[in-house]
Write a protein that binds this ligand. Structure first.
Ligand code: PMV
Length: 326
């Protein structure tokens, strides 16, 4: 028996950066994200003699995956697993591959081992691997906030079908992984306490902007959150600089497009890629403008996608199988 799960990365519009000084991999601040559709992680699990992990076809000794499985096994009966995961987009480059990766893994393990978890419980499992993964369990607009730190859907994507244009400025893995970078910011940035203090009112305001489909308010809050997060990164010691020159050029171009009347705003995660979130009618113009920027290797477009799902393949004869969808 094999189980395959599919999950999509999510992009935080209200960012979290920094964890609580407590067990459970809990963010220090609430966050609000959108789940994408065309970027996909597909993860297959099957029982094995010992844990094995393959990423994009290569054997990978991923300490985070093994640590997370050990953590899940404290609460759930999970046998040794052969795990094979594939991304159809650059891995570990600020495109939220760990979010879709741990959401797919939690979903595959839940279905494969018959754990019978609710979406909220699956979100908690995913969060223990990577906090942002909690949000990829759900589709559309998703919140992750205390006190339980399990993600919840705020609005389905179809209710406000925004588009996302991703400008890929560099495809290598990031220099400083996000967990290490967050800890550096928490312990060294003089602005960390101000960041935490502003999170609750900004979270309330962004939930309101999404609920009322107020694009201008969402744009204002999302760009402020993104630039505050990068200000924290810049003010850490040693500083965290994930941007390239193309990142800055994309940010400037998106501002110009907005000044010309496009409904578009920018967000950037722990990597150089710029995600331009826009109304569908402006997507082609935004993509054409970003593609023209020197240093932008590629652009991608995505809509808002669904949460993670799994299907079980049971071999019933040498050349036939049946699928059960969850
Ligand atoms: O939970 P992680 O380790 O995937 O970190 C996510 C950090 C950001 O993407 C920069 C922000 C966020 O809220 O997703």
């Amino acid at each position: 028996m094999r189980t395959t799960a599919v999950a999509h990365p999510n992009i935080a519009l209200l960012k979290y950066w920094g964890k609580q000084d407590a067990p459970g991999n809990l963010p220090a601040t609430p966050s609000l994200s959108i789940t994408l559709d065309s970027l996909t992680t597909t993860t297959t699990v099957a029982e094995a003699d010992s844990d094995q992990f393959r990423l994009n076809g290569q054997v990978a000794a991923d300490a985070k995956v093994l640590r997370t499985l050990a953590n899940w096994r404290r609460d759930h009966p999970i046998p040794p697993l052969a795990i094979s995961s594939r991304n159809n987009f650059p891995t570990a480059a600020g495109l939220a591959s760990s979010a879709s990766g741990f959401a797919a893994l939690a979903t595959a393990v839940d279905a494969h081992c018959g754990l019978g978890l609710t979406k909220a419980e699956r979100s908690e499992l995913a969060r223990r691997g990577s906090a942002s993964a909690a949000r990829s369990i759900h589709g559309g607009f998703v919140t992750l906030a205390g006190p339980d730190w399990r993600a919840a859907q705020l609005l389905p994507g179809a209710a406000w079908p925004l588009r996302v244009v991703v400008a890929i400025a560099a495809t290598g893995p990031k220099a400083v992984p996000s967990t290490e970078g967050m800890e550096r910011s928490r312990t060294t940035s003089p602005h960390f306490d101000a960041w935490v203090a502003s999170a609750a009112p900004d979270f309330a305001a962004m939930k309101q902007a999404v609920s009322t489909r107020d694009f201008a308010a969402l744009a204002d809050l999302a760009e402020a959150s993104c630039l505050q997060m990068h200000a924290l990164m810049f003010s850490s010691r040693p500083p965290l600089l994930y941007w390239t020159g193309a990142t800055v050029e994309c940010l400037r171009t998106i501002r110009e497009l907005r000044a010309e009347g496009c409904q578009v705003f920018a967000t950037v995660d722990a990597g150089p890629q710029v995600k331009a979130v826009c109304e569908p009618r402006d997507a082609e113009r935004v993509e054409a403008a970003l593609r023209r920027i020197g240093g932008v290797a590629e652009t991608l477009q995505a809509g808002l996608g669904p949460g993670a799902t799994a299907s079980i393949q049971r071999a019933i004869s040498a050349n036939a199988c049946c699928s059960l969808h969850s």
